[in-house]
Each structure stands twice: as structure tokens, then as C-alpha cells.
Design a protein around this ligand. Structure first.
Ligand SMILES: Cc1ncc(COP(=O)(O)O)c(C=O)c1O
Length: 449
């Protein structure tokens, strides 16, 4: 609900965290698992548009968006209306056991975003990691092979199957024993740190060679490989886009050897980069596409969309009690309508605007190594020295903290980058506000060097 005190830009009126926020933090410390990572003490109370307020009435511009989830902003009236209407009609009926029209309706909607809008089938889950788990199972089932190839720096989730693929931070894997066997990781094309000096367009040729000439010849033959799983833009890894040719090469190799190409669009997809899917920028046709986060503006639902020729498993081979919940689907349908009806175009427009303003940060700030990304998936990498590219994780943390104290929510990503992933509804005024706060925050952090 919009109130008279609503704002489009940050408004901070207490020390942070404020007294009411502090009570929530103390309460949380008493009961919650210590594995949650809260990098700074923000407590959410109410959200609208790109703003989220804390219990003390401070308003923050949300460039984290619940980890790129609140694609239509907080509590978009059309999404709220769809949720309320559906909640009054039918909250749950297990799609595993019974039919309801919402499931094929959202499935059809998703299939229409594929490169060829037919010949696909959809499975619904509740979270990104579940989509990954389902895709691993499906790829193994369809190919009757079990080996999997993923990339260093990738994040695919925290359940044991997806964690076996995840190679982002060792703390995420440490202490959990032996993970899934048959998984190999190869480098991701990280142009800024390309040892061979390649550019954003050309980095990665040697990785393809490594895959074909080393891995396939020395570790396991391609006919043993069920799937290659790739993020077209690494999310947790630092918002690093893979060059188009690299994704095209993965497709060529997969096609050649009957390997399933799984593209994880959990963070990059749903219009954030200015197209439905980040892989659309490379013009490829993956075998399985994974989506979650931005699909339903915050309601928990995920999906994997697979070529019909691959999704041929038998009844009972896979299932979910809650996956495809009618209320979540109503939110997803409303979200996709809004994305198609203008937010995807806005992500490109405002994203281009932001890049036009921040592309020269490496020239203006000695600690900014690189600015990268697409649309409203924007990464900023911090270094101690632009020549040596020594990573400046502590400085990055200070920038994140400085931004918080000025009313801008951001998230760290990779070892030393910040990700800016605002709702797709932001306008130029809000973009300007965020840029100004980021610049002040970087300047202040640099003073401490
Ligand atoms: C690319 C990618 N895949 C999978 C996941 C796992 O999603 P979830 O946290 O919903 O399980 C994430 C989460 O950040 C992600 O970024």
C-alpha cells in the first residue's frame, strides 16, 4: 500500500542499525542458525517499488532486490493482486498428484520464451537448487551417463547434488564430506583476469581446448558425460559474463557428443539482462534452462525447461509436493506479464544508462578494476592496484558498508566485486541516486587506503 511517507530515494534518519532494528537483530541471534551470512545489519520491514524500509522508518534504495529476486520491485500492485486473488481461490493442491490449470499455463508461458517456442516441457520446484537437482537427474536419466562438467567460480546451490557442482567458495563445501562423484570443474572465461590477455569477446578459447584435448582425453571420454552446466553470467562468482563464442562452443561440443547443455539462468534470467535469458545474447539453444529467483517477484518457485526429446522420464521418476503451487504460479504469471510488458525493455534502457555513467569508473577511481555485465546485472570489481590487479576484498566490503549507511543496499559477489541487481522497475532518477551513493562510498573507502 502506498502511503504519504513513501519515497523514491533513500531517507536515513537514525544511526544504523536503528533501535527497533537492533531489537530484531538481537532476537534473530537468539534463535536463528549461525550459517546465515548477513554482511551488514539491515532489517526489512516493508517494501514498495525499489524501496525497502526498516522498522525505524529508514528507507533504502534496494540494489540487491533479495538477490535479484524482486524483479518487479517490492509488492508490485499487480503481483499482490494476483497473489491475493489466487490465495482466496486455491492455495495448494499437489501438482504431483492432481491437475490444475495454472501449471500448464505457466509452462506454456515459459516455453514461449525459448528460441523455438515448442518442443519443450517444464518441471516446477521451489528454489534454484531444486531446479539444478532436477536437471542433474534428468540429464543422467536421459543420457544414461553420470559425469558432469561445471566451472570454477560457479554457484548452483547448496543441496548436496548442486553443491557438488558449486565451486565458488570453499566455505560453502567445507565440512560436508564427500559430494557427488564424477564431477569435474574447468576454468570459466574471466576476461579481466585472463592469463593470456584475451578480451571480453575472445577469452576462453584455451578452456575449450582444455575440455576437448585434456579433460575428454585424460579424465573421461565425452560419451561418459551426461551434462555440462554453465551460468551465462556467473552470479555469485562476480557477475562475469561468458563471451558469446564460448557459449556457442559449449553448444557445439554438447551437440557433437550427445551431452546435455544445461544453462543456469537462476540469477541472470527473467529479463534482467534486457532479454528473457542471458544465453539469448549468444544465440544458443540450450537443452535445459533453469530459472528461479526473478520468476515470481519473491514467491518461491523454480522451473527447469527441457527439450521434449530429453524430458522423457517415466511417471514417478521425479516429483515435488509444493512445486507449481497455484499462488506462486499466479505471482509468476503476473511477473512475466510485467516483464514482457515493459520491464525487460526498461532493464536494457536503464542498464545502458548506468553503464554510460560508470564505464569510466576505472579511470576515475584507482580501486575500480573493472565494470561489467549486461542490463541490470552490473558487477564492479575492486583491486588494490589496477596494474597488478591484486584483489581488494576488504575495500569492497567497506564500499558495501558505506553504501548501506547512505541508504543503498548492495551485495558482494565473488572475492572482491560488488553486484548491483536492482528491480527492473528502476528509473533514471533512482539510477542516478545509486550511482551518486556508490561514488561517494568508493571515495570514502579510498580515503582509508
Ligand atoms: C546461478 C544460481 N543457481 C542456483 C542458485 C541456487 O538458488 P537457491 O538459493 O534458490 O537454491 C543460485 C543462488 O544464488 C544461483 O545464483
Amino acid at each position: 500500500m502506498i502511503t504519504a511517507s513513501d519515497t523514491k530515494l533513500p531517507r536515513i534518519s537514525t544511526a544504523l542499525p536503528g533501535p527497533k532494528s537492533q531489537l530484531v537483530i538481537d532476537y534473530d541471534k537468539k534463535y536463528m542458525s549461525p550459517s546465515y551470512m548477513r554482511d551488514y545489519p539491515f532489517v526489512a520491514e516493508r517494501g514498495y517499488g525499489a524501496i525497502v524500509e526498516d522498522p525505524d522508518g529508514n528507507a533504502f534504495l534496494d540494489f540487491a532486490a533479495g538477490i535479484a529476486v524482486c524483479s518487479t520491485g517490492h509488492c508490485h500492485p499487480k503481483v499482490v493482486e494476483a497473489i491475493q486473488k489466487q490465495a482466496a481461490e486455491l492455495i495448494h493442491i499437489a501438482g504431483n498428484d492432481f491437475y490444475h490449470r495454472h501449471m500448464p499455463q505457466l509452462a506454456e508461458r515459459l516455453v514461449k520464451t525459448m528460441p523455438t517456442p515448442q518442443g519443450y516441457r517444464v518441471f516446477f520446484g521451489n528454489s534454484g537448487t531444486e531446479a539444478v537437482e532436477g536437471a542433474i537427474k534428468l540429464a543422467r536419466y536421459a543420457t544414461k551417463r553420470d559425469k558432469l562438467i561445471a566451472f570454477y567460480g560457479c554457484f548452483h546451490g547448496r543441496t548436496l547434488g548442486s553443491l557438488s557442482l558449486t565451486a565458488s567458495k570453499s566455505t560453502q563445501r567445507k565440512g560436508f564430506g564427500t559430494l557427488l562423484g564424477g564431477v569435474e570443474h574447468i576454468p570459466y572465461p574471466y576476461a579481466y583476469r585472463c592469463a593470456l590477455g584475451h578480451t571480453k569477446e575472445t577469452c576462453g578459447g584455451e578452456i575449450i581446448e582444455l575440455l576437448e584435448q585434456q579433460l575428454f582425453k585424460r579424465l573421461f571420454a565425452p560419451e561418459e558425460v551426461a551434462a555440462i552446466i554453465v551460468e551465462p553470467i556467473q552470479g555469485e562468482g562476480g557477475f562475469i559474463p561468458a563471451p558469446a563464442f564460448f557459449l556457442q562452443e559449449l553448444q557445439r561440443i554438447s551437440n557433437r557428443h550427445g551431452i546435455v547443455l544445461i544453462v543456469d539462468e537462476v540469477q541472470a534470467g527473467m529479463g534482467r539482462t534486457g532479454k528473457w535469458w542471458a544465453y539469448d545474447h549468444a544465440g544458443i539453444t540450450p537443452d535445459i534452462v533453469l530459472t528461479a529467483k526473478g520468476i515470481a517477484s519473491g514467491m518461491p518457485i523454480s522451473a527447469f525447461i527441457a527439450k521434449e526429446s530429453i524430458m522423457q522420464w517415466k511417471p514417478g521418476a521425479h516429483g515435488s509436493t509444493y512445486g507449481g503451487n497455484p499462488v506462486c504460479i499466479a505471482a509468476a504469471l503476473a511477473t512475466m506479464e510485467l516483464i514482457e510488458g515493459g520491464l525487460m525493455a526498461n532493464a536494457k534502457k536503464v542498464g545502458d544508462y548506468i553503464f554510460s555513467k560508470i564505464n569510466e569508473w576505472p579511470q576515475r577511481f584507482k580501486t575500480v578494476g573493472e565494470v561489467r555485465g549486461k542490463g541490470l546485472m552490473i558487477g564492479v570489481e575492486f583491486v588494490r592496484d589496477q596494474k597488478t590487479k591484486e584483489k581488494a576484498a576488504d575495500l569492497r566490503d567497506r564500499v558495501v558498508d558505506n553504501a548501506f549507511h547512505r541508504g543503498l543496499l548492495t551485495l558482494g559477489s565473488g572475492e572482491n566485486s560488488i553486484r548491483l541487481s536492482p528491480p527492473l522497475i528502476i528509473d533514471e532518477e533512482q539510477a542516478e541516486g545509486a550511482i551518486r551513493i556508490m561514488e561517494e562510498s568508493i571515495r570514502e573507502a579510498e580515503k582509508s587506503l
